[in-house]
Design a protein around this ligand. Sequence first.
Ligand SMILES: Cc1cc2nc3c(=O)[nH]c(=O)nc-3n(C[C@H](O)[C@H](O)[C@H](O)COP(=O)(O)OP(=O)(O)OC[C@H]3O[C@@H](n4cnc5c(N)ncnc54)[C@H](O)[C@@H]3O)c2cc1C
Length: 356
Amino acid sequence: MTTYIKPYDLEALINSLPGIEVIADSSQVAKLSQDYHTFSPVLVPKLAGKVGDIVLRPANEQEVLKIAATCVKSRVPITVRGAGTGNYGQCVPLHGGVILDMTRMQEICWIKPGVARVEAGVKLAALDKKAREIGWEMRMAPSTYRTATIAGFVAGGSGGIGSIQYGLLGDRGNLLALKVVTLEDEPRFIELRGDDVQKVNHAWGINGIITEVEIPLGPAYPWAEVIITFPEFMAAARFGQALADADGMIKKEIAVFASPIPQYFTPLRQYIPDSTHAALLLIAEPSLELLPGLVQQYGGNITYQKVQEGGKGVNLLEFTWNHTTLHARSVDSSITYLQSIFPVDLETRCLKRLYS
Ligand SMILES: Cc1cc2nc3c(=O)[nH]c(=O)nc-3n(C[C@H](O)[C@H](O)[C@H](O)COP(=O)(O)OP(=O)(O)OC[C@H]3O[C@@H](n4cnc5c(N)ncnc54)[C@H](O)[C@@H]3O)c2cc1C
């Protein structure tokens, strides 16, 4: 079992890292010791009162290496942090120590057709915007893409908007390389490529500090946002499955909601009548022409459509994935969620069982 020297000399630790940004203000440190584990009634009592001692904000990979070496030497625990939007308490320090805030490392090293290399703290929305300048975009992103960092997504996330087309982040080919600082006695950089990336992918930052990520991109499309309502939930689910199976129709998101969940989406209420079930879609504009026929086949009704050109209005993506829970909890804070995955089930039998 690892032993930490505690209490360690905080002053000496800070003095041995000249030039590195430190946050020592206790309310700031407490804030940066939190994430969105508050969605979980199990984790809230378990993680209550857990805070780091200081926050360090490295500006580059050499500073990360220096911090790692100093903390290893003094046996001070490190909790790595991106934007802190993770849901499982992975950013909450169990044993105090250093919160390593990676958000200053925002450099986009390079982007070329189909692939980008970026520093750990780059926000997903920033990478997507830059990639679109050359006709490419992120293959997938969590619904927190506006604030979440790329390394936080790799270390703590799993998939999101775009997964309907490209699968999960852990699927072979969705992550090309990671540069990592180890926490060995003599910390060093290692570059993981190919299947080796899986050693650190979704490992919550506990076996290395990611400093750079090389990630494949997908061709950029103009995306339309659509809301469809259905009187029957299983018809909505079967519609979602049919659209997912229509390989020629390009889509980035298909989110199907059973009533009363869509009724928690206050800004969308005018498009989702009481007691109806809903599907929220992001579909490539060239595929839109085929949508009404498919919707009609399953008894649905298109109530909202926004095309990219001049498209003002609500951002439907921020109602999908765990943003669904966020909206539901803003109406009733006792609500939580369970994430499930089914085996291949083209007839939606598992879902029917779960629903009934
Ligand atoms: C409303 C809401 C919706 C969400 N939707 C989705 C979704 O659609 N899909 C999804 O996958 N997740 C989702 N999440 C979870 C989370 O937002 C994402 O996984 C996001 O990508 C995490 O990025 P972050 O920068 O906030 O990471 P953080 O929360 O800061 O960190 C996540 C994990 O990564 C580790 N970490 C961070 N940076 C590094 C680094 N440089 N090196 C090593 N480890 C590091 C942290 O220690 C932690 O274990 C959602 C969360 C919320 C609150």
